[in-house]
Design a protein around this ligand. Sequence first.
Ligand code: GTQ
Ligand code: FE2
Length: 351
Amino acid sequence: MTVALDRTAVDRLYADLAAAGLMPLWTQPPSLMPDSPAPAARPHVWRWADLLPLAARAGELVPVGKGGERRAMALANPGLGGQPYATPTLWAAIQYLGPREVATCHRHTQTAFRFVVEGEGVWTNVDGDPVAMRRGDLLLTPGWSWHEHHNTTDHPMAWLDGLDIPLVRQLDAGFFELGPEELATRATPLRSRSERLWAHPGLRPVAFPDQPNSPLAAYRFAHTGEALAAQLELEAEGHPATVEPGHAAVRFSNPTTGDDALMTLRLEMHRLRPGARTAVRRTCGSAVWQVFSGQARAHLEGRAVELRTGDLVAVPSWCPFSVEAASQVDLFCFSDAPVYEKLGLSRSSPE
Ligand code: GTQ
Ligand code: FE2
């Protein structure tokens, strides 16, 4: 192509394009369509030993108040320009409820879960069903379900919240409603109604159709721990069971479909034998890992970080990541993988 560039005419064109609300593709930076993902989010670690005392101070100083307020403190990724996001799609927060405190009823289109690394004594009422929160348990709050939390004890409790807040914000799909100020129930059963219906392995109540999010509100650590222990025992007996040597893993699934428990969030628990190391892997989509028990060393883009119980790690898209177990270690992990799968954007390397 031999087009003589008339500089003043080109400058006039750019000015007219801008005035018309247009931008040329050819002047955009390569980051518009990179060869491979180049996230702004950074691999980052938050220490439970730092989070918990800060949450306790917030508990002393900042009342939960009325009007659906929650005392949650978001993990803010240093690469994301001061936004309260762990990754561009994932919200991760420590929530703290003091003795006898209540976080009142509300619902939103954002999907949520709670994971309990220590403590007990809070019940979360999900659509009026009281769900106990105890160490190692995963509790679900699918989008648009009513929820409220109440601490029935004389001691505080803290836990991890995970939500798809940044994704829903980017999609302009956020809706929010306040519910009644009075608790739907102060009942404190050991098992929720949802567990009485749905928590029988391989047995599905015939009365209900498939649901896009899991109808099971609680996944108890007794089951999770047993499933992981069995994988490592079976591996030791020479049977196929683990994802790689010394690495057991379970995914929390929707009993009506076998898919991910939540439509927008993948939830998993991993157990590594002492000394086991996961293969270095990069995945399209981001994740947050939390050490549930034991000690591990994470390798993030080749940098090693020591992790103890409760520590959290943000793993941005396409960041090379592996974990090595110092002791036997259990790791909870959540990611946006179901979204990438539904959009045909999933990739990992090695495949
Ligand atoms: O507990 O309902 O961390 O609505 C962020 C938003 C927790 C909750 C968060 C929420 C909640
Ligand atoms: Fe909420």
